[in-house]
Design a protein around this ligand. Sequence first.
Ligand code: GLA
Length: 675
Amino acid sequence: MAMDYIIEKLGGRIAFGGDYNPEQWPEEIWKHDVALMKEAGVNLVSVGIFSWALLEPEEGRYEFGWLDRALDLLYTNGISVDLANASASPPPWFSRKYPDSLPVDADGVRQSYGSRQAFAACSPDYRRAAAALTTAIVQRYAGHPAVVMWHVHNEYGCHNQPDFGPHAERGFQEWLQRRYGNLEALNKAWGTAFWSQHYYDWAEILPPRRSGTWVNPTQQLDFARFSSDALLECFNAEADIIRAHSKHPVTTNFMGFNMGLNAPVDYWRWSGHMDVVSNDHYLIAADERNFQELAMTADLTRGWAQGKPWLLMEHSTSAVNWQPRNIAKAPGEMLRNSLQHVARGTDGVLFFQWRASRAGAEKFHSGLVPHAGRDSKVWREVVELGRALESISEVAGSTVKAEACIIHDTDARWGTELDSHPSEDARNLPETRRWHDALYRAGVTTDIRQSTDDLSGYKLVIAPMLYLVTDEAAAKLHEYVEAGGTLVITYFSGIVDQKDHIRMDPVNGGGYPGAFSELLGVSMEEFFPLRSGDAVGLSRFGSGTVWSELGKATGAEVLATFDDGGSPAVTRRAGSTGRGAAYYVATSLGSAGLAELLQLLCPDAGVEPVLGIQPPEDVEIVRRSNGAKDWTFVINHSAQNVQVPLDGVELLSGTATGGTLNLTAGGVAVVAAPA
Ligand code: GLA
């Protein structure tokens, strides 16, 4: 059961709508809401996400009247509902009654209620109350004909992760006992011989609260893993209650790449627990290539969904309210953003939120219905988007095929975000972004997966800064090359094991990158990180930033050397079976250098851009297919009109291209053709 269940319930149409918060408005407004929803073609709304305080005015007493009436109204108007279990934000009465359910920060400061998500993941009172509320809601609405899907909680960990309080302390100790079995194993794993950190009693172990200087890095990593698992227990407990009463799919909305060490939620681990993978994405206004960041996030979401269609649960029609400067979207930008997500695998385009609020902290956040009402750019574009989605309904259920893949492992990312490292610039996420951007510019569709997934179908696999790698994952990557794949590994990869211990041989030595030195045919002896803003010249591929190294090739062909010192900067080692290759890139290449390297790599791996040609600058070309029919999405983010050789019927306009697609600046096209 997955997105196809929802699409069937929606009569074969792509999901379109967003968070609907009728409780923020007088009931006489609701009939206007549904009339407008019908005008725009909205068919799915998420209801009740932040309704706990109104649904349960005091413990165990529920008031469902308003929600009954809202759901009935939506149903009679043909609008389906993704119903929340409302556990996202406990009401003030709850926090006042159970003050120790509030989360505590690394300095030991207990957070207050008054915003949202004010609870500690391991609080027994929160868990009991959330379960009771979920039971009450699902018992009442499992049979309601408007409901087609369940929305558990909202953006887990957005504001309360991690919690360092007493409940987390106990939970962490229990989690560690399950992981390590005995203290000797824990002491070994955490390397506690260092700085006199040996533990003699489980009760001595704390969350990594603020200390004089760096807290044990393995403790930090394990705490991130534990914190993610603690929230996942919350999700699973509530999802299990729902599944016991209802057959509709259950999801919770993820937050793209916002899953770092400081707010740890390991979506790779979580995604297997979702019936439908759903994600929220917001453009960062200050990011000049935010459309590429959107594409990268959509590719990641498709990875979590194992290549199947997923659901865009939230994005914005225009400005948000939580950035330093909240830039409104330019005309046409919302359509481009929406269809970028569809091109990359969503079968739904939902927004936060239906009607822009009148009160509260998000009153300056855009909605489908802006403060200005119907006579507005936003509303006209919402109606246009509804029509566009209707005209491409046939795309639902199809998938995206990628020949290239980027590895983005949670532990590797968290590992590079630890303190006391060679350079604070050596972080997994920015390096991942550089590689994705290079492939994006080259027009190569790219999946994002974790190293333990099945990679055998990819011609090219890129592992940017795979700092932490398990023996199992390292062996899989070796096998991938042996089987004829082309693998790229960058600097600061294969450095530590899952305990964050350096991969090395204390007797015989052996160079970096420990797990991959043999596979790559290089042996590096010392890191030479660069000063901020400095670059190091290379004999080819321009220059590098962030990082350089001292070392030698032991079996690889050297493609480029560092000008400073002459050590290898880019190398290639042919697979031992004569097929496949393993490349090493020992610095952070600029976009020109990466483009030059891809001109070598892609033909070597046999990877092609979607139309066999590099797209015009800032034009995105992605294809979905169901085996019988292809849909090629062409999205022009540039200020130039462009021409692309592409034959078929353009569905938004309903006209045949006649072999060449002419696309205006900022325009979007979806061209259907037999596969
Ligand atoms: C998140 C939340 C929403 C809302 C939006 C605003 O995605 O899930 O409730 O706060 O951000 O952008």
